[in-house]
Design a protein around this ligand. Sequence first.
Ligand code: PLP
Length: 520
Amino acid sequence: MNNSLDSYKPAAPDTPRASIPREHCRGVVPLDAVIASWMIPWLSSWHLLELVKQWESPLNVLSCVPFRENVEAILSVARERGLAFRPYFARKANKCLSFVDEAIHLGIGIDTASEIELTQSLERGADSSQLICTAAIKSDRLMSLCTKNRVAVVIDNADEWDSLSCVANSLQAIAKGAIRISGFSFEGKKLYSRFGFDIDALRGQLAEQKSKHLDTSIEIEGLQFHLDSHSLEHRVAAITQSLTLVDQLRCDGFPIKYLDIGGGIPVNYVSSESQWSAFWHEHKQAMLGKREEITFRNHTLGKKVNGTEVFGVPNVYPCWQKPAKESWLAEILDSELLERSHRRTSVADAIRLRGLELRCEPGRSLLDGCGMTIARVEYRKKHVERYHLIGLSMNRTQCRTTHDDFLVDPILIQSPCRNGVRSKKPMEGYLVGAYCTEMEQLSLRRMFFPTGVERGDLVVFPNTAGYLMHFMESRSHQFPLAKNLFVQPAQAMQTRLDDLDFWDHRFISIPNVPPTKTTS
Ligand SMILES: *Cc1c(COP(=O)(O)O)cnc(C)c1O
């Protein structure tokens, strides 16, 4: 690439335009993304072109400002209801260390899901009460690291209990633990989960564990659950049943101090409800052959198609939803709950009156608005099926979750052309990436570019900090990982590389780096 930025003179490079420049790229059925305000000056200037030139494509550009606002919003919901409350930021949703620093700075906790996540968080200065370990798989090494540093381990099963107890005994220490529970009843059925102790069998199992270990090696301080769904009703049912269990466990001699209700606070990615419903209407029409395709080769996005019927839940995040974020949490806390004494009370009061601390583990919702992923266009090609393929310097694991698609429309930033002239011919097609497979679609949605696309243009995927940029990220073909640049709120248009991008080089020596704060 040898685009000359010198020849490109936008009207006033540093002045943010009031509006978001969505006009150069839209889905054929549009889904406008919610855009955080810090992103607008970047989307409306040539700065991103410079950054991609310097740091290569793809590039993640992030900000801690929305993180701070998101934390403040849930804290104030709890404060207004008089609750003792602490969120633990689920850092698996984004790998950057700046968010860990920010969480520590704000005095909230951090939920760690692996040894490296925990090691890094300790190194950054989190103290033991600020940390919890919810790793799905816990080696002795991890449990030992937790125990030495007095970090609470969320115990998933009896084997973990036994190992933690052994680890604690061999360290002559007392481990801190919380018990993960699942199997809540909802409308006569159990909510499925592979995690945790089944709520109905727990008391029996605990009695067994207690007698087996004469339990002095583990201090059980809390109950925890995490639900996969975003349903408010599921949360209220789970909290109600957990509170009954708290009462029982306290009678059984477990001094339960907190209830941790996990993560899953919903986020809105699409700015308009009507666009969201129009999209699914048009998608259905396309599935039934009543209009031209709006997804790659008429991809169903997880829906089932049977003759004249389209049904089922799509395999996508519900990108438009209400309530979301702090309003969702507020609605849960204000929901009515029926105590076993048949007294009706709000969820918040039921927690408060028990002298329980409420905890949660938000990942996605704290990262809403915190990042965008930017990739350079390397080719356009007219396919025999008459659409264009637009090849970007990135692979599909760099903007992806376990869902079929992230759905929102990217923003196109036009680069100065080599000869200074853009063809401006409208174009329609699909974004494809760098992995050598036929299914390497960056998005399954058919995009429309009213004034065309050129080599060197940038495609910006908005709001990717929560899961999208890191959760599935892989290094196949030995492509380097995307760099992570943080914008500096105090200095206009200045950025700083996240320490993660230096830390990564240490992976190889990790077994020799057990940075523990205390060795008891
Ligand atoms: C993934 C996870 C979270 C975070 O969930 P979000 O949907 O990102 O809020 C919290 N707790 C546990 C145990 C998890 O596995």
